[in-house]
Design a protein around this ligand. Sequence first.
Ligand SMILES: Cc1cc2nc3c(=O)[nH]c(=O)nc-3n(C[C@H](O)[C@H](O)[C@H](O)COP(=O)(O)OP(=O)(O)OC[C@H]3O[C@@H](n4cnc5c(N)ncnc54)[C@H](O)[C@@H]3O)c2cc1C
Length: 401
Amino acid sequence: MRTRVAIIGAGPAGLMLAHLLHLAGIDSVVLEDRSREYIERRVRAGVLEHPTVELLRECGVADRLDREGMVHHGVVLRFDGADHRVGLTDLTGRSITVYGQQEVVKDLVAARLATGRPILFEVADVALHDLETDAPSVTFRHADGSPGRIDCDFVAGCDGYHGVSRPSVPEGVLRVYEHTYPYAWLGVLARAAPSHPELIYSAHERGFALHSMRSPEVTRLYLQVAPDEPLADWPERRIWDELGRRLAVDGFTLNEGPLIETSVAAMRSFVVEPMRHGRLFLAGDAAHIVPATGAKGMNLAIADVRRLAAAIAAYAADGRTDLLDGYSDACLRRVWRAQHFSWWMTSMVHLPPDADPFSERLRRAQLHYVAASPAAARSLAENYVGLPFEGADEQGWYEGR
Ligand SMILES: Cc1cc2nc3c(=O)[nH]c(=O)nc-3n(C[C@H](O)[C@H](O)[C@H](O)COP(=O)(O)OP(=O)(O)OC[C@H]3O[C@@H](n4cnc5c(N)ncnc54)[C@H](O)[C@@H]3O)c2cc1C
């Protein structure tokens, strides 16, 4: 098989890249090691930034998002038994939309299939070759076990943190920046109506809790737990009791319902630099991970591939290489801003297990400042709704296609 871009991974990054390239008339092949059913059911992110929603709309893949997505104009910081609302729209003119990542994936898979361009599920043994040359290739096994090979101009490594793309870069080329937080999130999905119309970030003396949602019938809830917390120690009753304690304020009732899914996710920050090696371009979780508190992971993945698609389109149109050469630096500016915001939000609302009295006072001072100062709240809000995409060169290049 010969194509312009071999895309490894059909998560938000790979699928969005495939669609943007299609709109620019550029062919690609998407390789995914899981089944279509699996990736369309994988529950993960759920908060879409304003620029992400705009991009999905401009690309014609937001019909269902516009019908079913829940637009939110604020988030609530809950501490000391009281609510402090951060009015996102009042402060920035923008909003966020709650719409499950698996729904974004479903919409993008449908869009891909409608183009008739290839997406291969359940492939195995994906390997990247000759990345430092002008003629890289990818070998793999099809779902039926037969061997496959793709010759291409570029390889897009969109295969997440555990994928094969990043490890294909020779040792010593990438710089790795990592930070592990001393807590994890126990997350549950419950068949229960949300107990509040907006997300609630509760900084409680027993630890952090988050009230979120996926639909008018499904609530998403998280509890700060120890990094090595065994899920077996958390029977359903204990989860609801602890959520009830950490989310308690006068007049608030937590709606309970059957748990559909329970998981424990580590909280960590990870970035590799640069996000390119030869003809391999890394995007999304393959290059960076943020703690979930700031709801930035999926949004960063989409921002990366928007830039990558524009760079490949400019190369395909008239041989320009400046956008390809600037890809890594430009992405990393947004990545580090999101990394800082995610670290800041995380540090502000979580109770560190080794908290000393001084740092606890600082943390509480920060909470009070955001609650009391419109300037501090606005800084939170503009990061939360998503900073505008940079780059006049790339702005809107896909519009009207
Ligand atoms: C519990 C949780 C909550 C989250 N909440 C939020 C949130 O509210 N907001 C937000 O923005 N982000 C959130 N995130 C982060 C977000 O889910 C990720 O950042 C996002 O999935 C990144 O997209 P991606 O396409 O880069 O990677 P992925 O979604 O991981 O996609 C990579 C794809 O590559 C495939 N793959 C892997 N290896 C191979 C291989 N060798 N060959 C072929 N295919 C391969 C995988 O099966 C997968 O389909 C959350 C994450 C978790 C775990």
